[in-house]
Design a protein around this ligand. Structure first.
Ligand code: ATP
Ligand code: MG
Length: 647
């Protein structure tokens, strides 16, 4: 057998198949609609558009002038109207829209009527400061109710928001403000993280030293510590809200008007300001929230992503609220004060749907199953993951220890650029395979192709592409339309290029292998980082692994694995040897790591994704590339030293 075929066999060796539980399928939202019988993508999306409220009906579903899509042209709508006003005519007006818990343990509930009032008032504040349709507004807030309130208020008056994750530095904030030319910055005195105060206002002051477009700063009080308020520029949220009007007419927006700009995570390089629109985006996130998460009227839904990432935009704020769901928001860290905090929250509020990231799941595994075991998690009925490929072992752990073998898991593949989930199981329909995002959703045509755009046979690795436009797709990179065309629509003829590598198996299931830039080439054989990492994580001692290649005089490239261990295991040369053998056993000699480096932590973006390009820089002894999105720069320095000592 050729080495590649062996790698493939190792990957597809995953024999476990989990059909949807009958109790789930019988009541699944997908059962109650004819929608999924529509096979033509355009007709399908046309039907989905009736999930939202239009002030003026659209005239055409899609105008497609490659690579420019215009969805639902002629229609007008308002996103805040869809997320708020339209729920007020029913019992939903007194239903919890947001259940919020702060890290110190404080909490509050906002009903739809409450949220509507706060959004209207804040929209009136924005208006009174002269913010109008099309203006850019930067939001730099922790996970507190003011964050979705500010976003929805922007949407109400047609201002374009740019949320900057509160974990970012002053420099990163400044770059993003200047990239889009914001007129207004909305921030807080600070936020809480692991019991510490993050000095947001201090960061903002630093950022504004060189951000000339910002005229005003609105500051909400969260931590109460002393900050500087600059006279004439800075305003307290609670003071200006006093005089605000209770109602602001929602601006009728064109379907193609921008709703927000959000920068990508920066895992592979410099972040891009992705522009999303109003109509197509809302249709896409409303449909997927309803059917991928199977949202029910009485559910408590919790997506743990920070609202500063696309997952938070689409599946904390817009998708669930457009569906009138009850959304839980937690401000802080999963291990504060103890590693059981998430499970405590699930038990306390009776959470039904829980959506998190593989990086979090691998932390839970590392801390051990005793933390979730202390809690009653029987309210859970559906689990989800997003952000990185999930190693099959992590999937199984999630399934057993959190879902208690009862809950389907939706492994949702998508990107900042796609706006909405594109590849995912439908939980009442799709049999699951641990580690696979399964199949493209209805209305989505995805494939795995070679450089020329020809489909590769089942089992062979290639580029993941999307072949037809979809409503929530990005329309441009802010200020750099050429890069939009070049990066996404020029690499593979006729397709949207995702930047991810994948394989399809004989059942048509998609297996994401990692980023194309990260693919390893050993003696001419292409191996996905995901495959070697999953083999390492399969070993009982390993919590997390990041695999890269470095140049090698003979093989061309050699595999280097950075490994973190579970609690109770210690690094040793014997263990390193054992791990190498484990990889050989699972995948084959071709994938044997040349070197295993134990490390207490891996370099990650602030959204928790492993940054393999920085590990490559370390292994090659190069200067480090862009580190502005790195969560903890000092850890990288330690890692670099450890690597130098080892070598
Ligand atoms: P940048 O584009 O700036 O380098 P990024 O790609 O990490 O950053 P995001 O848009 O946050 O920015 O992440 C999208 C990427 O995350 C996808 O392209 C894919 O690599 C990965 N991803 C997301 N969900 C999944 C999933 N379910 N399975 C596998 N990979 C996933
Ligand atoms: Mg990306």
């Amino acid at each position: 057998m050729s080495p590649e075929a062996k790698v493939l066999e190792a990957l597809l060796r995953e024999p476990r198949l989990f059909p949807p539980p009958e109790h789930f399928s019988q009541k699944a939202n997908t059962q109650e609609t004819e929608l999924f019988k529509i096979k033509d993508p355009e007709a399908f999306w046309g039907q989905c558009a009736s999930l939202i409220h239009w002030f003026k009906p659209w005239e055409r579903i899609l105008e497609w002038d490659y690579p420019q899509a215009r969805w639902f042209t002629g229609g007008t709508l308002n996103v805040s109207y869809n997320c708020l006003d339209r729920h007020l005519g029913s019992f939903r007006r007194n239903k919890a829209a947001l259940i919020w818990e702060g890290e110190p343990g404080d909490s509050c509930v906002l009903t739809y009527r409450d949220l509507y009032r706060e959004v209207n008032k804040f929209a009136s504040v924005l208006r009174s400061l002269g913010i109008k349709r099309g203006d850019r507004v930067t939001i730099y807030l922790p996970m507190i109710p003011e964050l979705p309130i500010a976003m929805l208020a922007c949407a109400r008056i047609g201002a374009i928001h740019n949320v900057v994750f509160a974990g970012f530095s002053a420099h990163a904030l400044q770059e993003r403000i200047n990239d889009i030319g914001s007129r207004l910055l909305i921030t807080a005195d600070g936020g809480f993280r692991r019991g510490q105060v993050i000095p947001l206002k201090d960061n903002a002051d630093l950022a504004l030293q060189n951000a000339p477009t910002v005229e005003r700063v609105i500051v909400t009080k969260r931590t109460g510590h002393h900050i500087n308020m600059q006279l004439g520029r800075d305003l307290w949220w609670h003071e200006i809200m006093h005089t605000a009007s209770l109602y602001i007419e929602p601006e009728p927006m064109e379907a193609e008007d921008p709703l927000f700009i959000l920068h990508t995570s920066g895992t592979t390089g410099k972040p891009k300001g992705v522009v999303h629109t109003t109509g197509g985006y809302l249709v896409g996130v409303t449909m997927t929230a309803k059917y991928v998460f199977d949202l029910k009227e009485e559910d408590v839904y919790w997506c743990t992503a920070d609202i500063g990432w696309i997952t938070g935009h689409s599946y904390v704020v817009y998708g669930p609220l457009s569906n009138g769901a009850t959304v839980l928001i937690y401000e802080g860290a999963p291990d504060y004060p103890q590693p059981n905090r998430f499970w405590e929250i699930i038990e306390k509020y009776g959470v039904n749907i829980f959506y998190t990231a593989p990086t979090a799941i691998r932390s839970f595994m590392r801390w051990g199953p005793s933390y979730p075991a202390r809690h009653d998690l029987s309210s859970l009925r559906l689990l989800g993951t997003v952000g990185e490929p999930i190693n099959p072992e992590a999937w199984m752990w999630y399934y057993i220890h959190i879902g208690r073998r009862r809950c389907p898991i939706v492994d949702t593949w998508w990107q900042t650029e796609t706006g909405m989930i594109l590849i995912s199981p439908l939980p009442g329909e799709t049999p699951l395979k641990p580690g696979s995002a399964t199949r493209p959703l209805p209305g989505i045509e995805a494939d795995v192709v070679d450089e020329k755009g020809n489909p590769v046979p089942p089992g062979k690795g290639g580029y993941l592409v999307i072949k037809k436009p979809w409503p929530a797709m990005m329309r441009t990179i802010y200020g750099d339309h050429r890069r939009y065309v070049e990066q996404y629509w020029s690499r593979i003829p006729g397709c949207y290029f995702t930047g991810d590598g994948a394989r399809k198996d004989a059942d048509g299931y998609f297996w994401i292998l990692g980023r194309v830039d990260d693919v390893i080439n050993v003696s001419g054989h292409r191996i996905g980082t995901m495959e070697v990492e999953s083999a390492l994580v399969d070993h009982q001692a390993v919590a997390e692994a990041a695999v890269i290649s470095r140049s090698h005089p003979i093989k061309g490239q050699a595999i280097v694995a950075f490994v973190t261990l579970k609690e109770g295991f210690t690094p040793s040369p014997e263990l390193a040897q054992e791990l190498k053998e484990h990889v050989v056993k699972i995948i084959g000699a071709i994938a044997r790591p040349e070197q295993i480096l134990f490390t207490p932590e891996l370099p990650k973006t602030r959204s928790g994704k492993i940054m393999r390009r920085l590990l490559r820089d370390i292994a090659e002894g190069r200067a480090l590339g862009d580190t502005s999105t790195l969560a903890d720069p000092s850890s990288l320095e330690r890692l670099r030293q450890a690597y130098a000592e080892e070598a």
